[in-house]
Design a protein around this ligand. Structure first.
Ligand SMILES: *Cc1c(COP(=O)(O)O)cnc(C)c1O
Ligand SMILES: [Zn+2]
Length: 618
């Protein structure tokens, strides 16, 4: 067994300074519950460190092994983390009037997030300490990262996540084989529960503790290395628990101590407005961290009520003469788009926080033109794709027909993807505009042209909104347009709903009746069902039963609620397949879920009708 001298580091509480044996605790101080810090004997590190090798070997987190508190070098658990690109921003730097703006793209790590750097050390330590199982709380990324490494090390791993954790992160964690429990609680409550679970069952408690921080230092080392062994002027980093930003700072301090760089950067902490415990503390006179009970932000990875490493962050900001900034969720989502569209780097919302702060800071002329500024893009956009598609309209769907491609280009339908994201909640008019005014509004808001036929159907949908007594906000109009764009291929409706009625009550089955036009015929249908939507769709199917030869089956049904302004509108997505295996996915938007469902069904039916009976005759 290759083991190194046990005197090379100690674990000490940052508050009461008590020293602990790592077998006793490696997470929180047993006396005052404060975070612990790993303190090194740097003379010992200097003896082991081969500066020549360090400067001449390819970049990776593993080459800094001598700077991690690992005793048994035979048991390293690694997926080859770090060595992520330091991307020079060609386009955003122009926008901000800076010469040296970079993105450290941490989404390029093995599980798509910087946390892998910390997990390398943490799970290696778990193995070193012969953990029978690992348990921890997570907002999603820690879950994926730790479970990946536990899988490699063959250690069972239990994860507590808040209910509603983004699907990309859940899918990844489940696939690595973790034992996940979703908890109806915030991240901080999950963390308390994980602590109790670890104690009761003797599991190794993973999370934002001292050993993880040691691994994450390599983010700082690498920035210096990639700048040619120089510190930048500024590093902007999101803060959740605060471990990462503290680790980056410690990384730079150590590099200076070891003579690898000769200056230190200023650190800027960035948090969402609705969850900015550290920013508030830093900017207040008292510097006291005040818990936020219900963090409410799209940046789920930093939705932390009480940052455990908050004291370390405040110290890093103070020691580095740094600063702290909050930004709104809307600024974050816009920035997520501009990072992708200007620099081709797709991040999850939390990863966009630093660049969102750049927009704010440069507006106040915070930087000098020559400053070297690094934004840490903490996580990959694929982790939380829903946050992105929520603000970008769905692309139009067409049949494989060149005429439809012509339309797409002629009416500039691609514009809706780039223009449709600002001012979602704006109320667009007081009174329904005339056709030609509506055309103008659509052009101004979304940059697309609309042909007269589609314009008519859009007006119909708008009327339906107004009938239900709902103001149309920009998001609604976007959904309506999105829905109608697909209708380029179904100009004549074979099936059309004329009227319907649905009744539901707490104790009885729902019942519905419907009147439709089916070709030349007028048909009626009635049915009961478990709910109103179910009853209506059954009534619909029943009304056409003796004429229909397509035997449509619904394969998926999904309702999304768009909030914005006073009331919500829903978007229904329905998938259907006919007896010949033709498939269709249709969307419909309305303030009323039944109306949206009926319209989606109507669309499904008419599309499939065209497929079966019209295209065949061409
Ligand atoms: C964990 C995480 C953060 C926050 O890092 P802390 O160490 O908790 O401050 C930020 N962004 C992403 C994508 C994360 O996964
Ligand atoms: Zn203590």
């Amino acid at each position: 067994m290759i083991t190194v001298n046990q005197d090379f580091y100690t674990l000490r509480c940052i508050n009461c300074k008590t020293e602990f044996d790592e077998r006793e605790t490696c997470t929180i101080c047993l006396k005052c519950k404060s975070p612990l810090n790993v303190e090194y004997n740097y003379n010992f590190i200097r003896q082991r460190l081969n500066l020549y090798a360090l400067k001449n070997s390819p970049i990776s987190a593993l080459k800094y092994l001598t700077l991690y508190p690992i005793l048994n070098l035979e048991k390293i658990v690694t997926l080859n983390e770090g060595g992520t690109p330091l991307h020079r921003c060609r386009n955003l730097s122009k926008k901000f009037g800076l010469k040296n703006l970079y993105i450290k793209n941490e989404g390029a790590n093995p599980t798509g997030v910087f946390k892998d750097r910390g997990t390398l050390v943490e799970v290696t330590k778990a193995l070193e300490m012969r953990a029978k199982a690992v348990c921890f709380a997570s907002t999603g990324n820690m879950a994926a990262s730790v479970s990946a490494y536990c899988t490699l090390a063959k250690i069972p791993c239990y994860v507590l996540v808040p209910e509603g954790t983004p699907i990309g992160k859940l899918a990844q964690t489940l696939s690595y084989g973790a034992r996940i429990i979703q908890v109806r609680a915030t991240y901080s409550e999950c963390a308390t529960l994980a602590e109790k679970m670890a104690k009761k069952y003797g599991f190794y408690l993973a999370g934002d503790y001292a050993f993880r921080l040691e691994g994450q230092k390599s983010l700082g080392y690498e920035i210096a290395e990639q700048l040619g062994w120089k510190a930048p002027d500024y590093v902007l980093c999101p803060v959740g628990v605060g471990t990462n930003i503290s680790a980056i700072w410690k990384g730079f301090v150590e590099m200076k101590l070891l003579g690898l760089i000769d200056s230190l950067p200023k650190i800027i902490a960035v948090q969402p407005e609705n969850c900015n415990v550290v920013v508030k503390a830093f900017n207040s006179k008292s510097k006291k961290l005040i818990r936020i009970d219900k963090p409410d932000t799209i940046c789920s990875a930093v939705a932390v009520s009480m940052p455990f490493d908050g004291p370390k962050v405040l110290k890093a900001l103070k020691d580095s003469h740094g600063s702290a900034v909050s930004v709104s969720d809307e600024e974050v989502l816009m920035t997520e788009q501009s990072m992708a569209k200007e620099e081709a780097i797709f991040v999850e919302p939390s990863g966009a926080l630093p660049m969102a702060a750049m927009a704010k800071l440069t507006a106040h002329k915070f930087f000098k033109k020559d400053d070297v500024v690094i934004c840490v893009a903490t996580g990959n956009g694929l982790k939380d794709p829903k946050s992105a598609v929520k603000i970008i309209p769905e692309p139009p769907t067409i049949d494989p027909d060149m005429h439809e491609v012509d339309n797409y280009l002629k009416y500039k339908l691609y514009q809706i993807q780039s223009e449709g994201i600002k001012n979602k909640a704006k109320i667009l008019w007081k009174k329904i505009p005339a056709e030609k005014d509506l055309k103008k509004i659509i052009h101004n808001e979304f940059g697309i042209e609309i042909n007269p036929q589609v314009l008519k159907t859009i007006i119909d949908s708008i009327r339906a909104f107004e009938t239900k007594g709902k103001n149309i906000i920009k998001q609604d109009l976007q959904n309506i347009i999105e829905e109608q764009l697909d209708e380029y291929s179904s100009k004549d409706k074979y099936l059309e709903i004329i009227d319907f009625e649905a009744k539901t009550s707490k104790y009885k089955q729902a019942s519905a009746s419907i009147k439709i036009r089916y070709g030349e015929k007028i048909l009626l249908g009635q049915a009961t069902g478990v709910g109103a939507v179910d009853a209506i769709i059954t009534a619909l199917k029943r009304s056409i039963k003796e004429h229909d030869k397509m035997f449509i089956r619904l394969t998926d049904y999904n309702v999304e609620i768009f909030t914005g302004g006073v009331e919500a509108a829903v978007k229904v997505t329905m998938s259907a397949v006919d007896k010949n295996g033709n498939k269709i996915i249709a969307h419909a938007t309305s303030p009323d879920v039944i109306v949206a469902s009926i319209r989606a069904f109507e669309k499904c039916y008419n599309f499939l009708y065209l497929k079966n009976y019209k295209h065949g005759h061409k």
